[in-house]
Design a protein around this ligand. Structure first.
Ligand code: HEC
Ligand code: HEC
Length: 191
């Protein structure tokens, strides 16, 4: 190999920064294996050293995260390079800076179902749903949600998201009512 550059040789143990291709894979793993239960914010808010990242990933694997040994190492490389104790705390990076007037979607005043905020819904979607339902909600492992008739059936939407269905995980423990309302508002705003 002429130039190892960012691909190829597993040099990640020698340097602090894993190669870019490994970063991409690690980010994919975070979305597809970790975000099924909680937002990736819960992960990237932590500031842990390598040993504690390994222990956390191990714990998540026991709780049901699907990661192979090799993937666990890749995630530990990625997370310990970025989110170690010397890194300052940061605001969630994806929050739109000047989301003008949040668009409120009217919902019947059903108990525990607040009006949704479209702009925030996009963030919640990106962190929790996009891995399966695709960018722009055009579908993936899960069905297309953009324009999906279920958006017009509020009860069915909430029932499906809260309790899951088939391969669709339940979100009751991971998202609060505001976040679910926000996602619904954002999905409803897609044309
Ligand atoms: C099967 C569900 C599930 C999966 C998959 C999962 N987690 Fe978790 N995770 C949890 C639960 C439950 C908590 C505790 C949440 C709380 O305390 O509010 C948690 C908490 C965390 C925390 C907070 C610190 C702690 O120890 O409580 C981190 C960091 C974390 N998970 C990382 C990950 C990573 C990285 C992955 C992917 C490899 C992952 N999780 C996958 C269920 C899961
Ligand atoms: C792990 C993959 C996965 C994730 C993550 C996921 N979904 Fe799903 N979702 C599915 C699958 C698969 C189905 C189809 C379930 C079935 O009917 O068997 C589905 C179905 C749905 C449906 C019903 C669609 C219909 O046509 O009836 C809604 C609504 C939905 N998901 C919303 C969400 C929302 C909102 C999130 C994020 C909070 C989310 N999903 C995250 C996999 C996922």
């Amino acid at each position: 190999m002429i130039c190892g550059c960012s691909v190829g040789a597993p040099s990640s143990t020698a340097t602090n920064e894993p190669p870019a291709s490994a970063n991409l894979r690690a980010e994919g793993l975070l979305l597809s294996r970790c975000a099924v239960c909680h937002s990736t914010d819960l992960v990237t808010q932590q500031r842990l050293d390598r040993g504690r990242w390994e222990a956390t990933i191990d714990k998540m694997a026991h709780w049901g995260a699907e990661v192979s040994k090799e993937e666990a190492v890749m995630l530990a490389d990625y997370l310990s390079a970025r989110y170690h104790p010397d890194v300052p705390d940061q605001e969630p990076a994806h929050e739109p800076e000047h989301a003008a007037e949040p668009l409120r979607v009217e919902t019947p005043a059903a108990a525990g179902r607040p009006p949704g905020e479209t702009a925030h819904g996009e963030v919640v979607y990106a962190h929790n749903c996009q891995a399966c339902h695709g960018s722009g909600a055009i579908g993936g492992v899960g069905p297309k949600l953009s324009g999906n008739p279920i958006l017009g059936d509020e009860d069915r939407f909430w029932e499906t998201v809260l309790h899951g269905r088939g391969a669709m995980p339940a979100w009751e423990a991971a998202l609060n009512a505001q976040e679910i309302a926000d996602v619904r508002a954002w999905l409803g705003s897609l044309k």
